[in-house]
Write a protein that binds this ligand. Sequence first.
Ligand code: BTN
Length: 278
Amino acid sequence: MTDRLDAEAIAEGVLPALRPLLRRVRVLAQVDSTNSELQRLPAPERHAHVLLADRQIRGRGRRQRNWHSPAGGNIYMSLGWRFRNSQAPLSTLPLVVAVCACQALARAGLNNHGIKWPNDILTDGAKLAGILVEMQSLGNGHSTAVIGIGLNVHMPVREGEDPQQHIDRAWTDLRSHLPAGGMPVSRNQLAVYLLDQLLAAMDRFEHSGFDTFTAAWEKFDLLKGNPVVLDLDEGTVTGIARGINDDGELMVAIEDGRVCSFHSGEVRVFHEQASTVN
Ligand code: BTN
């Protein structure tokens, strides 16, 4: 049996210097999607509002995918954030969130994880966490973001059921990668680690942009220098990943030597297990 999510313990666990940034932490036993639930609130109420659920009935992923969200072992968390005249292109926000998730996981003791652009968190080629950032423009240069993170901590497996039936790519959970298959870090503690990173990052991002995250991005970037296949709506591109540009787009050196940048698409890495063919 894994630990119970506890809103008070999470709010109190956040670093004292960051706690004033947080307005509300809520835990629900179940919801359709924590991102959808935050989006149903009026925009001013979303800011600095954290919502976790033990189970999501219609957990949503990027590119209209589902996010398998059974009860009892994982983290499904959304944070609302308002940006006022951000200095940074908000297109880089999903990448910042991926860096935050990786840093939180490192704090939890994981050391072989990284990011597959734009923001899949993988370990040993299998997906450990996913990020769904949904933006809404409020006019006058103001926007709100709902930042959703799904982290497989200890994937509940019902008898006779294989989670892979619900997940269209190779997946893993944190428990399988920490020493001796143990789980020394509780879900509440992991939520705290995620929030510590996110709260510190939001302020920095709004004022200084993506530049201050570049070094961390490069540390966790699993693609740079690797041969990749990029599935686009209009076809497939192959080449060598060359990192990202200032807008967070993936740069790929294609066969004729040109370097092209892409703002969306699904990347397959040649060494990724059970590659993400749709
Ligand atoms: C992806 O990799 O496709 C993104 C997955 C994002 C899942 C999280 S779980 C919390 C939040 N609520 C949702 O419905 N989705 C995000």
